[in-house]
Design a binder for this molecule. Structure first.
Ligand code: GLU
Length: 284
């Protein structure tokens, strides 16, 4: 019997400089990869080609190296693998689980019945699900901008029903299993209008392509796991073990974000912080 090596990943989106929250996640991932005799990969999640910039990729790699973290090469960059995501979307389309949606954000807000998903966005009211095949074809032929949504009810049925179990250990319960309930997300977007994938599809495909066995990431993505394990079931992929860590908070108890003025690792470096200071502050 061969025992395969655990594979972890740290997967930042280069739409700004890394901050303490990223450093915590990278160090947490590195810690557990080492503790389990595994390896931690770096993945650059740059599907948003407008907000993600090459200088942020270079800066992230430099900041991580400063922290003492290096990764096997080559590093996977999502923007170079759009064909992989398009192929996965085609599998779902062939199964009849995707439909084109021509709604704008304001169309959705107007038609919303007030229900929201775990991220607080309106649940898609299903407007375009009711279009006839002829209407869909006509709009697609006229090149109306379309996003492709997962028909959640059909997808859950195709995956064998609700409650897809996956491992989500915690320090108190290392063998804990959790059941996904993707229905709470409604008909999520799988292929965006501006890019041939979505975060959910790209992350699911990449974790499988890279053989990731352990996903360690922040609690802000806890509920997204419901969608990821559903997509894994539909695409015939193995679900990794998931472990969501607590988020580093600012002094106002808010999640750190560049948009809220959180200091980047480079700002802290400029203030004289050393890698050891940062590791100590974050508990590694
Ligand atoms: N790219 C995502 C972020 O920076 C993380 C994705 C993941 O770990 O699944 O928030």
């Amino acid at each position: 019997m061969t025992v395969s090596q655990p594979i972890f990943r740290f997967a930042p989106s280069p739409n700004g400089y890394l901050h303490l929250g990223h450093a915590y996640s990278a160090l947490f991932t590195d810690h557990w990869a080492r503790a389990m005799g595994g390896v931690a990969l770096l993945r650059i999640e740059d599907i948003d080609t407008v907000r993600c910039r090459p200088e942020f990729v270079t800066a992230a790699i430099e900041d991580l190296a400063w922290l003492g973290l290096s990764y096997p090469q080559p590093v996977r960059r999502q923007s170079r693998h759009f064909a992989d995501y398009a192929a996965a979307a085609d599998i779902l389309r062939t199964k009849g689980l995707l439909y084109p949606c021509f709604c704008s954000r304001s169309d959705i807000r107007t038609a919303s019945d007030g229900r929201t998903d775990p991220d607080g966005a309106p649940i898609y009211p299903g407007t375009c699900k009711g279009l006839t095949g002829a209407e869909r074809s006509a709009r697609l032929a006229a090149r109306a901008p379309a996003q492709w949504r997962l028909d959640m009810a059909a997808a859950i049925e195709a995956a064998g029903g609700l409650g897809i179990a996956h491992a989500e250990p915690s320090p108190a319960d290392p063998v804990r299993m959790r059941e996904a309930d993707p229905g709470r997300w409604g008909d999520v977007v799988v292929v965006r209008k501006d890019t041939p994938t979505s975060y959910h599809l790209a992350v699911t495909v990449d974790d499988a392509v890279q053989g990731v066995t352990h996903v360690t990431r922040g609690m802000d993505l806890y509920w997204s796991t419901d969608i990821h394990v559903l997509l894994q079931a539909l695409l015939g992929l193995t679900s990794p073990v998931y472990c969501h860590h607590t988020l580093v908070r600012d002094p106002h108890d808010e999640k750190l974000a560049k948009s809220r003025g959180s200091q980047s690792l480079r700002d802290l470096r400029a203030l004289g912080w050393q890698p050891e200071d940062m590791r100590e502050r974050l508990g590694f």
